[in-house]
Write a protein that binds this ligand. Sequence first.
Ligand code: GDP
Ligand code: MN
Length: 396
Amino acid sequence: MNLHEYQGKEILNSFGVQIQRGIVATTADEAVEAAKKLTEETGTGWHVIKAQVHAGGRGKGGGVKLAKNIKEVADIANDIIGMNLVTPQTSAEGKKVHQVLVAEDVYYPGDNEPEEYYMSVLLNRSNGRNMIMYSTEGGMDIETVAEETPHLIFTEEIDPATGLLPFQARRVAFNLGLSGQAFKQMTKFVQALYTAYEKSDSSLFEINPVLKTSDDKIIAVDAKVTLDDNALFRHKDYAALRDVREENPVEVEAKEVGLNYVDLDGNVGCMVNGAGLAMATMDLIKQAGGEPANFLDVGGTADAERVEAAFNLILKDPNVKAILVNIFGGIVRCDRVAQGIVDAYKNMKNIDVPIIVRLQGTNADIAKELIDNSGLDVQSAIEFQEAADKVQKVLS
Ligand code: GDP
Ligand code: MN
C-alpha cells in the first residue's frame, strides 16, 4: 500500500527521522492557515506547496512550487488543488490533486549551499537482506544516475541478525562526503530511517532528496513510503491511511468482492483460478497474438456469483475484445463452474464479446456439454492449445 508524502513523513518522524515540517490542506484557505501556523513556529515565511498524489516527479510537472509570501501561498494552492497533475510517472491524463502539503522552506541560504542526496531502504531479493541504497546525486531521477554514473550509487546491506551497525551508518555519511556536524546528523538520520523501515513493516522507503541544509541539518524533504500489505494487520492506524482515490477503481472494487484483479493494457480479458494458471494463461494469450487485459484470479470457489462479479469487472474495460475463461477443477467441479458461467451470462445483458471457456479437471466433459448445449455465444475448449487457437480466431 502506497502512502502520500505527508503520511510517509509523519511515520518517519514518529521514529525520530527529521523531516521538512508541513501541514496538509484541501483548500487555499486551509493552505493560508497552515502557512501562518508554520511561520509562527519557524519564522522563515517562505513555504513550498506540494501536490499530494501517488506519483513521483511532481516538481517537473508543476506540482511543487515555492511561495514567498501569503498571497503566493493562496495563489499557488488555488492553482494546484483540483489540477490534473501530469508527471513522468503518471498517465497522459495525469492525477487529480485533492490536497497539498504546505511545508516550511528548508532551502534557506546560510554558510553552505544546501545539498541534495538520494536514499532508499528496500529488500534485496537476491540475498534476502534489507539494504540502504544511497547517492550523492539527489533530487534527480535515480534511474538516470544508475545508467550514466553507476559508481555514484552506494549500497549498505544489513545482516538481519545484527541489524544496522553504527559503523555502517558512519560509512554512509563518509561516502556522501560529509564531515563535522553534518556527518553526525547523517549517521543519526540513517539509523532512525532504518528503524522506521523495520518497525513500520515497510517494503520501500525512497527519500529523494535527503537535504543537507545550509546550517548542516539533515532532513527528509520527500518521502515515498510503501507499506507491506501483509503486515497491515499489525498497524491498524496505518491501514486507515489508505486513499482509494489514488487506486485503480476497478482494482478497488475487485478487492471488495475478494477477487485478485490487476488491470493491464491488452485486449483479452481472462478469468482464471490460481495465480500460476493465470500466468500461464497470459502467456497463452500472447502466443495467440493477443495481449492480456488483466490478471484475474477468482480463487477456489468459482460459483455463479463470483463468476458474474468477475465478468462484470472484466467488461468494465473498453479494450476487451474477447474473454478467455481458464479454470482447473480440482476441488471445485467443472460442471458447477460451467453452470455458473451459463447463469452469469444469462443474468448479464451486456456481454457483447466472444467468450472462450476452457474447463479442465473433475467433470470437464459434463461441463463442456453444458456449455455447448446452452445455446449461448460461448465456445468451449478442453485442451490449452485448442483454447489458444479459438482466441486467435476471434481476434483475427
Ligand atoms: P518530486 O518531484 O515528486 O520528487 O517532489 P520533491 O518533494 O522531491 O520536490 C521536488 C523538488 O522541489 C526538490 O527536488 C527540490 O528541488 C524542490 N523543493 C522541495 N522542497 C523545497 C523547499 O523547501 N524549498 C525549495 N526552494 N525547494 C524545494
Ligand atoms: Mn522527490
